[in-house]
Ligand binder design. Structure first.
Ligand SMILES: *[C@@H]1O[C@H](CO)[C@@H](O)[C@H](O)[C@H]1NC(C)=O
Ligand SMILES: *[C@@H]1O[C@H](CO)[C@@H](O)[C@H](O)[C@H]1NC(C)=O
Ligand SMILES: *[C@@H]1O[C@H](CO)[C@@H](O)[C@H](O)[C@H]1NC(C)=O
Ligand SMILES: CC(=O)N[C@H]1CO[C@H](CO)[C@@H](O)[C@@H]1O
Length: 655
């Protein structure tokens, strides 16, 4: 090599090394910055100087126009908490729910665990946390539920949760892994455990209408179909009068039932011939669309019209949504729409995010013609949607029409769902009380629960851990001793001070959960490790078997500021929820919509004599108003003028 070439080569080498060095330096600096979570614990409305400095540093190192996945490599890993701390927090959380004898028993169990097995199991967990980016995550959602639809919170329609109260969250990056799996994704049933299958480069959609499955290509000549062209394709399907093939009508019930029989049937009957081709087509589709034949919608004049709408989205007829698909879009003949999402690939904020985008783009960006058609020309030469071909064997047909369908319908009919649009006040007024809206609502739920059941119960609130790489959720055990004290003190003159104490406690628990110091994911992982090692722990078994009688979850609203909901209150979605989690308890999902509206979606089972979703809704309403009344002397002149109209108009146009 000549001297010149060598000089050029070494310059290139040096530049590359320097470039790599800088990139890594940047990445690790950002990672170090993002590992700091002290800002979360600062009290409302104040920001310390150190947090301000930290925020500007984060902004500086984030670059000016970060992309969706820019931060992935810089996100810290979810830390494994200390076992002693977790057990301490656990004991504190169950204290208000146990009598002194039971509590003593629990202490003995936990001490025993701490002294004998904890260290051993924790070592494995720490080892795992070194090589995996996430020491818990996926397993939780895939291992457990035997029936996707009604057990755990595995199926949620529309969406759920997250705190909207932390300002700084706008700047702090969140893990984007879940976004990736939104399209082209299916949950595949397995004998041991299910898997989430994600494919790139899918080019079609599968549409279900009146018992028939159609494949619709989404591309033509290298470009995406226009909305008007999609409309034509869907109209062609609606116009098609052909009959379902034998067994086709109720085929999707396979995805609603127990997982193991479905996994077996899938291998036995769907692994060759036209069945395989057709199932592949569904499982590899971008997503699933159902064109329902009965109208649904929210009409404030009809009591509980939102309830049947929500039930239709949650389970439909049990065979008209493909429950394994990342999401099924459901369109009704009266123009209303909704989405049913599978829970293992993502949490509610992701689905909520998509849904807000859909609502805003549909109405304000794409728009419709005077006659109500999609704008744009139609290419008449598009190939017709194709019918999927099936040869469903007799055994499968029989099971679909007899026991599977009947079992499922029984479970579905048992779902007591109530949607409640609370319009007395919203975030605006709660903030004037200088308290966190989430803590306010959680305490109202505790009060409602106590009035409804006459007792306190183990309460689950989901919070998110997406500040960590691959983080998903953590549980906040929101029935704290402080909350119990507050509910008991409702008649006490000093109750406002007790409320504040309980609200602060709740905030703190939420923050701990968000920053990786929760209780439940850690204990769950210890439990999984103990099962894996064949170690039997009475403590962990006891913890994991305790039922959550009240499961709650907040979905964030307005992640994208696409629509000014004060100007267009009728373009607000009516929120969403999840099916009943316990046989004799309630599931509540709520959304703080703008300043003046809070939506609650309540689920329970008709078969339980102790619960009634509608009644619980009334209790929540009253509890909210009662707690707000505590602040009356404080902010007397601030009236509750707003929002009655929101209640009336909401949902008229679009949900
Ligand atoms: C839900 O899970 C419980 C226990 O895990 C099981 O006994 C029950 O059959 C399941 N329900 C459904 C609908 O699969
Ligand atoms: C899903 O497939 C489409 C093609 O239809 C592709 O454009 C898109 O990138 C894929 N999405 C993901 C998240 O892989
Ligand atoms: C559907 O049927 C109607 C009435 O028969 C017809 O006017 C319309 O052109 C058809 N639409 C499509 C897209 O085939
Ligand atoms: C949900 C999720 O991203 N899980 C990941 C956790 O870590 C393992 C091992 O690194 C991955 O295989 C999972 O996909």
């Amino acid at each position: 090599m000549s001297v010149q070439t060598r000089a050029v080569l070494s310059a290139i080498l040096f530049a590359t090394a320097l470039w790599l060095f800088l990139i890594y330096l940047l990445r690790y600096t950002l990672k170090a910055l993002l590992s700091y979570h002290g800002w979360i614990f600062e009290s409302h409305g104040k920001m310390s100087t150190s947090t301000k400095v930290w925020l500007s540093l984060v902004k500086m190192f984030s670059g000016r126009r970060p992309l969706l996945y820019s931060f992935q490599a810089s996100l810290p890993r979810l830390p494994v908490p200390n076992v002693d701390d977790t057990i301490q927090r656990y004991l504190e959380s169950v204290h208000p729910l146990l009598d002194s004898e039971q509590y003593k028993q629990m202490e003995i169990l936990s001490n025993d665990f701490k002294e004998s097995k904890a260290a051993h199991l924790q070592r494995y967990l720490i080892l795992k946390s070194w090589w995996a980016t996430n020491y818990s995550t996926a397993t939780l959602y895939l291992l457990s539920s035997p029936s996707i639809k009604c057990n755990l919170s595995a199926s949620l329609n529309l969406f759920t949760f997250l705190p909207n109260k932390l300002r700084a969250l706008g700047t702090v990056p969140m893990c984007s892994t879940q976004m990736e799996r939104m399209f082209n994704t299916t949950r595949i049933p397995g004998i041991e455990t299910d898997i989430v299958q994600h494919l790139t480069d899918r080019k079609h959609l599968v549409v279900y209408h009146k018992g028939r499955f159609f494949q619709v290509w989404l591309y033509t000549g290298g470009r995406h179909l226009l909305p008007s062209e999609l409309e034509t394709q869907f109209q062609r399907i609606l116009n098609d009068t052909s009959e379902p093939q034998p067994g086709e009508l109720k085929l999707a019930a396979l995805t609603a039932g127990k997982r193991v029989p479905w996994a077996r049937a899938r291998i036995k009957y769907f692994s060759q011939g036209s069945n395989k081709v057709s199932l592949d087509s569904i499982e590899s589709a971008a997503f699933f669309l159902t064109l329902d034949d009965e109208p649904q919608g929210y009409d404030p004049a009809i009591t509980r019209s939102l309830d049947s709408y929500a039930k239709s989205l949650l389970h439909g007829k049990c065979y008209d949504r493909w429950f394994d698909k990342s999401f099924t879009l459901i369109s009704y003949p009266n123009g209303k729409m909704g989405v049913n999402a599978e829970h293992s690939w993502a949490d509610a904020p992701i689905v909520g995010h998509m849904w807000e985008y859909v609502l805003a783009t549909d109405c304000f960006h794409l728009g419709y013609t005077e006659e109500g058609h999609c704008k744009g020309d139609v290419n008449k030469g598009l190939p017709y949607p194709t019918r999927l071909q099936w040869q469903i064997p007799k055994e499968v047909r029989e099971s679909l029409t007899s026991f599977t369908a009947i079992d499922l319908m029984q479970i579905a009919d048992d779902v007591d769902f109530h949607g409640c649009l609370f319009s007395e006040f919203g975030k605006g007024l709660i903030k004037k009380c200088r308290t966190s809206p989430d803590a306010f609502i959680q305490l109202a739920l505790q009060l409602a629960q106590f009035r409804d059941q006459g007792a306190f119960c183990l309460t689950y609130e989901s919070s998110m851990t997406r500040m960590f790489r691959d983080g998903r959720t953590e549980t906040v055990r929101s029935c704290t001793s402080e909350a119990v004290a507050f509910v008991r003190a409702m008649e006490d003159p000093s109750r406002l001070a007790i409320f504040r104490k309980a609200a602060d406690k709740h905030q703190n628990m939420y923050r701990l959960a968000m920053t990786g110091s929760g209780i439940d994911r850690h204990l769950f992982c210890l439990y999984i490790v103990s099962k894996y090692l064949g170690v039997d722990s009475p403590f962990l078994t006891k913890v994991l078997s305790e039922p959550w009688k009240l499961s709650t979850s907040q979905t964030p609203q307005q992640q994208l500021n696409l629509v000014d909901i004060n100007k267009f209150p009728q373009y607000v979605g009516a929120g969403g929820g999840f099916g009943p989690v316990a046989d004799d308890g309630y599931g509540v999902s709520y959304i703080i919509v703008g300043e003046n509206l809070i939506t609650f979606h309540i689920s329970s089972k008709f078969s339980s004599p102790d619960t009634d979703s509608y009644r619980f809704g009334q209790h929540i309403w009253k509890a909210m108003v009662d707690i707000q009344a505590l602040f009356k002397p404080e902010n007397d002149k601030k009236t509750v003028e707003h929002s009655k109209h929101v209640h009336l108009e909401n949902g008229k146009k679009h949900i």
